[in-house]
Design a protein around this ligand. Structure first.
Ligand code: C2E
Ligand code: CA
Ligand code: CA
Length: 848
């Protein structure tokens, strides 16, 4: 239609300044070109002779101008009767009496009546086609548009009156009024001189409103500038016709797209006279095209793969993302079925369910594993919609996104949640889950918990990286000791757990545990040091010791605890341990009560000055007499108190009683005596930074802080956070002395002594035990004493039980001795008697 309109328009504008004889020559030529007709004829009707008088013909070479042809039995006769007629093919067969058709091998025909201003048929315009036509619609629509013009011209030429056609005549009016396309006339400055109703309708103005507007007002400003340039070219004769697609402004303000074709019309003197325009509303088409373009862009640029299949599941289109994700090009994929992507990971039922859902619901969503062209599998999030027409599925559209990355991220998160970052072993949570599953399945297995001894000390004494490296190395060694079906996990800082399926007896479990412990036989090389680490294992059996995961884990930890307490490397859970736990609990309650009732008492063990042979200091040792258990060792109840949060009140009681007793002793003639008081590491966490609670007690009994020695263990120094140091500093600043207890049982104690000076170093009993008979121990002790002396600190040797030991120590220049040889810890009254007896000092029982 558009081409037809353009043709009509061109013919109209070309002919608008032509008239007279030349008119129809141009008309037939243009028309032939416009509709691809082989012959175009314009003929007048001579009613007298019942014949057509040919006015004009294309091609001119036809040589029939001016001749007459009888009307009867020709298609022209029908045209005269009915206004128009057309035949697509077989014309000679239909009109055998018309010899011209045979002579010119004409097969198709279209004709229209030409009427004068009064509507009288005065002639016809007919078109001949040498090829059969599928349809004459387009041809007829052109003819219908042109017929009024040609009719007017024919009437004019018949009457031989030559009237210049400046304004549209009534026939022309009717044509313009009904034309489905905008037609208008502009002066050379671009002012609208007239416009047909189609333009009014398109732009929303009434005729009189329109004529007062300049073209500039009716345009989108940017497009108008472009138009102006083109019109200039037209007027200057540089172009004969301009076609532009541009935006117009509707009266209501919105813009709309039009396609305008403009030609220059010249007057008889061949000077530019005005412009004719043909304007089509292409707004819908344009928007549609833009939307289509957008859809295409989306289709092409989407990161999701799109695949379109026909009803038989043949791929008919894929987008670039599909090509990128699957590795199949569009050419390769089209024509095949989506089964090329099948991973083989889903069974038939999966796909059957998918198709069933699609046919029932029309849409399917889910995760699917597919296979790329290179064979690699990948997970995708997939949505398939079935498109229907008239109830039947015509197409499937699948939109999918590759979620391998998401999956990886999910896996990573899952890994982080389930595995220990440091060692890569399952963590407590995941281990618990596996344990629960084993329990639920009623399997027989051993559960073991392994704890590193002294890990805290190593971790604190060295760089934390060393501790991490140690844990990693331990984990590697443990994993290398177990079978693939055994599960190893890190369930705490230095605690590992094993789930060992198939173990049914304690003996089996212990063999396994020993094997695991074998991995600690070799030293660990850390930070260029060889470290020997040991581990303690607690063992429990399922179902013998329990059938629930929590219970089993608790049992294993109890066994571990028992082993640690007994100083053994390995302990199996037994029912009595549960009883033990109950008892511990009971003891803690009793202890709390005893502290409250101040039923704890003190024993004091003298510390001798080797040189003067006199008691110089006392160590305060707490005592608890339990009505049922009798005398309970502080080695047992101090940890209980620490565990139960009773250590602060216990410590306060000890400090109070010790200070009270020391004051009494000083007043009864032993003014030089010092009191050494044990402090648990935990107590440093709760006292105030100035340690004023303790200093107040000392002051309360009129003692000098320098009379008090605070015994701390190496572990306090190792753990020593700044907070601990602040408190220790406060005590020293106040004048208290500081002693390190059990020296030599921890790690790198000497390193600490260098950075953390104390007054007294109490060397642990274990160093003295084999003195003087064990040469190695002797050398070791000798070394330690030397170093401590060199650091300017005094040495107390604990646990001296024999005269040989004492002799050795005196030889080495050790200043102080504590031990059963000289005195056991004594109750206050016994102590007073002891001090009285030894007031003047004694000659030490050394071997000479
Ligand atoms: P400790 O501080 O090392 O105290 C020395 C322990 O060794 C005392 O045991 C003492 O009786 C014992 N002992 C002394 N000489 C010898 C000897 O020649 N041979 C042997 N075999 N043992 C000797 P005790 O009184 O049972 O205290 C045990 C631990 O309990 C103490 O070890 C100390 O760590 C803790 N403790 C005792 N009283 C208190 C206290 O009031 N507060 C705190 N926090 N801990 C205390
Ligand atoms: Ca002590
Ligand atoms: Ca000690």
């Amino acid at each position: 239609m558009r081409r037809a309109l353009t043709s009509v328009y061109r013919i109209m504008s070309n002919l608008s300044h032509a008239s007279g004889l030349g008119y129809f020559d141009s008309f037939v030529t243009e028309l032939a070109a416009a509709v691809d007709a082989d012959v175009v004829l314009v003929a007048g009707r001579d009613p007298v002779t019942a014949s057509f008088e040919l006015h004009s013909a294309f091609p001119a070479t036809l040589g029939i101008q001016g001749s007459r042809v009888p009307i009867a039995a020709t298609p022209g006769e029908i045209v005269l009767q009915q206004g128009e007629a057309w035949f697509c093919d077989r014309l000679p067969q239909l009109f055998p009496q018309a010899p011209l058709f045979i002579a010119h091998r004409v097969r198709g025909y279209a004709g229209i009546a030409l009427r004068d201003a009064q509507g009288q048929t005065i002639g016809i315009c007919s078109l001949w086609f040498r090829q059969g036509m599928d349809s004459m619609d387009r041809v007829m629509s052109v003819l219908r548009l042109l017929a009024p013009l040609a009719g007017r011209e024919l009437a004019l030429s018949l009457s031989r009156t030559d009237v210049p056609a400046k304004l549209p005549l009534p026939a022309m009016d009717s044509m313009l009024a009904h034309a489905p396309v905008g037609i208008g006339k502009l002066d050379l400055q671009g002012r609208l001189l007239w416009a047909n109703p189609a333009i009014e309708k398109m732009l929303g103005y009434r005729e009189e409103e329109l004529l007062h507007r300049t073209a500039a007002e009716l345009h989108h400003p940017k497009d108008w500038l472009r138009s102006l340039a083109c019109y200039g070219e037209l007027v200057r004769g540089e172009r004969s016709v301009v076609t532009l697609e541009k935006r117009y402004r509707h009266k209501l303000g919105h813009e709309l797209w039009g396609r305008v074709t403009v030609t220059l019309v010249r007057n008889e003197r061949h000077e530019p006279d005005h412009l004719m325009l043909l304007l089509e509303n292409i707004d819908d088409a344009r928007r549609h095209a833009e939307q289509l373009k957008l859809s295409h862009r989306v289709y092409d640029n989407l990161s999701e793969a799109i695949l379109v299949c026909d009803a038989d599941s043949r791929i008919i289109s894929v987008n670039p993302a599909f090509e990128r994700i699957t590795g199949y090009s569009s050419e390769e994929a089209c024509g095949l079925t989506p089964s090329i992507l099948k991973s083989g990971l889903h069974d038939k039922a999966f796909y059957a369910d998918m198709y069933h859902t699609l046919s029932r619901v029309g849409i399917w969503r889910g995760e699917v594993w597919n296979k790329r062209k290179n064979g690699k599998l990948y997970p995708q999030q997939l949505m398939i919609s079935a498109l229907r027409e008239g109830g039947k599925i015509t197409q499937y559209i699948a939109i999918s996104s590759d979620i391998s990355q998401t999956k990886l991220a999910e896996q990573k998160i899952a890994t982080q949640a389930n595995y220990d970052n440091l060692t890569g072993l399952p963590n407590r949570w995941l281990f618990g889950r596996s344990l629960t599953r084993f329990c639920e399945r009623g399997e027989r297995f051993a559960l073991m918990v392994l704890d590193l001894n002294n890990f805290k000390a190593v971790n604190n004494s060295m760089d934390h990286h060393v501790g991490d490296a140690l844990l990693r190395e331990v984990s590697d060694r443990l994993v290398s000791r177990v079978r693939t079906e055994d599960l190893v996990a890190r369930i705490g800082g230095d605690e590992f757990a094993f789930l060992v399926p198939g173990i049914v007896s304690r003996r089996q479990a212990e063999v396994f545990a020993k094997q695991v412990q074998g991995s600690f036989a070799r030293p660990f090389m850390l930070a260029n040091q060889q470290l020997y680490i040991t581990a303690t294992v607690g063992v429990t059996l399922c179902p013998a010791d329990g059938s629930e995961s929590d219970e089993l884990l608790r049992n294993a930890e109890q066994a571990l605890f028992a082993a640690k307490r007994l100083g053994r490397p390995l302990e199996s859970y037994c029912a009595s341990m549960r009883e033990e736990v109950r008892q511990r609990h009971q003891m803690q309650q009793d202890l709390a009560e005893a502290i409250k009732q101040e039923q704890l008492t003190m024993a004091y063990q003298p510390i001798w000055d080797n040189r003067s042979g006199r008691v110089a200091k006392l160590e305060a040792l707490v005592r608890w007499y339990h009505p049922h258990w009798g005398q309970v060792s502080p080695a047992d109840f101090i940890p209980l108190a620490e565990e139960a949060g009773l250590i602060q009140s216990l410590g306060a009681l000890v400090l109070w009683q010790s200070c009270r007793d020391l004051a009494r002793l000083q007043q009864s003639g032993f003014p030089e005596l010092q009191m050494s008081i044990n402090r648990s590491t935990l107590e440093f966490q709760t006292i105030d930074p100035q340690a004023s609670e303790w200093l107040r007690v000392i002051e309360h009994f009129g003692l000098e802080p320098s009379d008090i020695i605070i015994e701390i263990t190496e572990s306090l120094l190792m753990e020593s956070s700044d907070q601990h140091r602040i408190r220790i500093e406060s005590l020293r600043e106040a004048g208290c002395k500081l002693a390190i207890d059990d020296f030599g049982t921890g790690y790198s104690a000497l390193t600490y002594l260098r950075t953390f000076p104390v007054d007294l170093v109490k060397i642990d009993r274990s160093f003295v035990r084999h003195i003087p008979f064990n040469e190695q121990d002797r050398l070791l002790l000798d070394g330690i004493i030397n170093i401590v002396h060199n650091l300017g600190m005094q040495v107390v040797i604990e646990g001296v039980e024999t005269r040989e030991q004492l002799s050795f120590l005196c030889q080495k220049g050790c200043a102080f001795t504590q031990g059963y040889l000289l005195s056991r810890p004594l109750a206050f009254e016994d102590l007073v008697a002891y001090l009285e007896v030894n007031r003047a000092g004694m000659s030490l029982p050394i071997v000479s």
